[in-house]
Design a protein around this ligand. Structure first.
Ligand code: NAD
Length: 238
């Protein structure tokens, strides 16, 4: 078995699929302030607005125009063909890594295509819209269902598992993430401290660019397939 690979992805890898990034323009996410739509306080203040916001994002995933692209497919290929363990840890809540053929995926910020009951904690697959008057299929309470998305101030999922993977990996790659959102922005340091080689692919130098051994600047759809071929052909030493 070859050394394991961990790939951290952010909103930038989905940008070429037509899904808006988060901070790219002006700190707004799809014309909403982040504290309005991505915090527990925002949800408590205006649950209808927040449900509608995520209903729209979920609706986009049903839109045929939103498809996985070359970077997602290349990561799926890497997982299938590399003679070692490849894990995608994504901050994205869309399903484009699944569509691209990746199977070992950790959605550390949750998934649009699931609901979470804030009363009993039950998670359920979700295709359509969530509304404030729906009841939880498990506990029967009304008004407790929310998108299974980790908001600012909440603990990301599967952190213990992610830390173990980072400590063990030989190669850490970050794609399309700005380095503003912790704990993900700190993953490069954990991996490097345990001896991993680190590579960043981003449209612009991220805030944490200097912590990587190598920065490749450009579009994920162009640069990720090239990097994957280099890894599969043994051209990257780690
Ligand atoms: P971010 O929006 O803060 O940063 C995206 C980064 O990607 C930027 O540095 C930008 O320069 C880069 N980028 C843009 N287009 C690119 C391309 N074609 N190729 C390569 N890089 C490109 O995103 P983040 O760091 O992931 O943090 C945002 C948070 O918002 C995350 O926690 C995530 O949960 C959430 N979010 C998710 C989605 C999604 O699921 N698709 C979309 C928006 C926001």
């Amino acid at each position: 078995m070859k050394g394991s690979i961990v790939i951290l992805t952010g909103a930038g890898i989905s940008a070429e699929s037509g899904i808006e990034t988060f901070r790219a323009a002006d700190g707004l996410w799809a014309n909403h302030r982040v504290d309005e739509v991505a915090t527990p306080e925002g949800f408590a203040a205006n649950p209808v607005l927040v449900q509608n916001f995520y209903n729209q994002r979920r609706g986009q995933l049903r839109d045929e125009a939103i498809q996985a692209h070359a970077a997602h497919y290349a990561l799926g290929k890497l997982e299938r063909e590399y003679q070692g363990v490849v894990t995608v840890v994504t901050q994205n809540i869309d399903n484009l890594h699944e569509a691209g053929g990746s199977r070992r995926i950790i959605h550390m910020h949750g998934e649009l295509l699931k609901s979470l009951c804030s009363s009993c904690g039950r998670r359920e697959p979700l295709e359509g819209d969530l509304t404030v008057d729906m009841s939880c299929p498990a506990c029967g309470r009304t008004g407790t269902l929310r998108p299974d998305v980790v908001w600012f101030g909440e603990m990301p999922y599967r952190m213990d598992e992610i830390m173990e993977l980072l400590e063990e990996c030989a190669l850490f790659i970050s794609i399309g993430t700005s380095g503003h959102v912790y704990p993900a922005a700190g993953f490069v340091e954990t991996a490097a401290a345990h001896g991993a080689r680190t590579i960043e692919i981003n449209l612009e130098p991220s805030r944490i660019r200097s912590r990587f051994d190598e920065h490749r600047q450009g579009k994920a759809g162009e640069l990720v397939p090239v990097l994957v071929e280099e890894i599969l052909q043994g051209h990257i030493r780690f």
